[in-house]
Design a protein around this ligand. Structure first.
Ligand code: OSB
Ligand code: MG
Length: 368
């Protein structure tokens, strides 16, 4: 495979509903799309999934744009590799910036699968064509609003509900939610809003039979999480600090958590996700696919990777209409009444990219 050019396109897309986490509220996404082209003019699409501010990780739209344009794309354009799995190695001399790398790398996987005429999910080694879906619901203005939103998603069929939590939005909120929905699979995601000083509060959440507690402690920590896990019953799920297969191995060895959320962007693309998935599978650690409020392109990549055997729990992979009035792919991602998505048998990501929709929302472009 030889990449002849890489195009970066920033699009701005307003969310249907704001999304609030412990690090802030987002109304509009600034998304960087990546379009790669080979010498024959075949194309592949990827998405850089960083946020608008360095709140989830240090990467954000402007840092990812500069890094992709000035550093990463020049490492890839014009180079020959045996397969998309080798794209990661071309970018090895650049440390970090895994979301920027992932945008480029996943686009190359789409291109390769299209060239071979196979669906991306099969090309990645997927085995479960139908995946289980959950939703992630942000912090709301009131508990009533949150309960209304959960009711909508539960009726839609989603297999598990994740709510964002923070010190001002935890015990009382979960208590009310549990009372309203005694039987749903429920979990909380703190996005690093606590420290070990909050141990009593975190212990008190054990009474709600949460499926898991995602990333309670620091974004870069796996040591304190091990101390916390030893003292609470609720399984801890790690998100932010697991950036590689080695991180996953170390966290498992330390007992920092019992479940791992795998995000293509956070780990650096499909090849890295596959390595993390393998570590999880070999150690009987359940894994699931996380989300970053992706447009249809990132969402399609999430569907594809979720079909791998190690992704054993419902992911944050949900319908386009929860995020966008009009998605940038066709058809939009839909979830069945059973709370599942069935991956397409079409080549590559399996969705048409709506160029006109992208043009209408594009802010800047560059071709390397
Ligand atoms: O921690 O999983 C997270 C969104 C942005 C940044 C971090 C996270 C999230 C989500 C949303 O939880 C998942 C989604 O619906 O895409
Ligand atoms: Mg998370």
């Amino acid at each position: 495979m030889q990449i002849r050019s890489i195009e970066l396109i920033e699009i701005n897309l307003p969310l249907v509903h704001f999304f609030e986490t412990s690090f802030g509220r987002t109304y509009e996404r600034r998304i960087i799309l990546v379009r790669v082209e080979d010498a024959d003019g075949a194309e592949g699409w990827g998405e850089i999934t960083c946020g608008e501010v360095p709140g989830y990780s240090e990467e954000w739209t402007d840092s990812a744009w500069a890094t992709a344009e000035k550093v990463l794309a020049p490492m890839v354009v014009g180079k020959s590799v045996d397969s998309a799995a080798g794209i990661w190695d071309l970018m090895l001399r650049a440390r970090g910036h895994r979301m920027a790398k992932s945008g480029i790398e996943t686009a190359c996987w789409d291109l390769e699968a299209k060239t071979l005429g196979v669906p991306l999910w099969r090309h990645l080694g997927g085995v479960n064509r139908t995946i289980e879906c959950g939703v992630s619901i942000g912090i709301q203005d009131s508990i009533e609003q949150l309960i209304d939103k959960i009711a909508v998603e539960a009726v839609a069929g989603y297999r598990r509900i994740k709510i964002k939590i923070a010190p001002h939005w935890d015990y009382e909120v979960i208590k009310r939610v549990r009372a309203a929905f005694p039987d749903i699979l429920l979990m909380g995601d703190a996005n690093s809003a606590y420290t070990l000083a909050d141990i009593d509060k975190l212990k008190s959440l054990d009474e709600f039979d949460l499926m898991m507690l995602e990333q309670p402690l620091a974004f870069d920590d796996i040591v304190d999480h091990a101390k916390l896990q030893a003292q609470i019953k609720t399984p801890i799920c790690l998100d932010e600090p697991v950036r590689s297969a080695d991180d996953a191995r170390k966290a498992i060895e330390l007992g920092s958590g019992k479940i791992i959320n795998i995000k293509n962007g956070r780990v650096g693309g499909h090849a890295q996700s596959k390595l993390v998935e393998k570590i999880c599978r070999e150690n009987n650690i359940p894994a699931w696919c996380g989300g970053m409020l992706e447009s249809g392109i990132g969402r399609a990549h999430n569907i594809a990777i979720s079909t791998l055997a190690g992704y054993t729990m419902p992911g944050d992979v949900s319908a386009s209409k929860r995020y966008w009035h009009e998605d940038i792919i066709e058809p939009a991602v839909e979830v069945s009444p059973e709370g599942t998505i069935t991956a397409s048998e079409k080549p590559g990501i399996g969705f048409e990219v709506k160029r006109d929709r992208i043009e209408r929302s594009s802010i800047r472009k560059v071709r390397i």
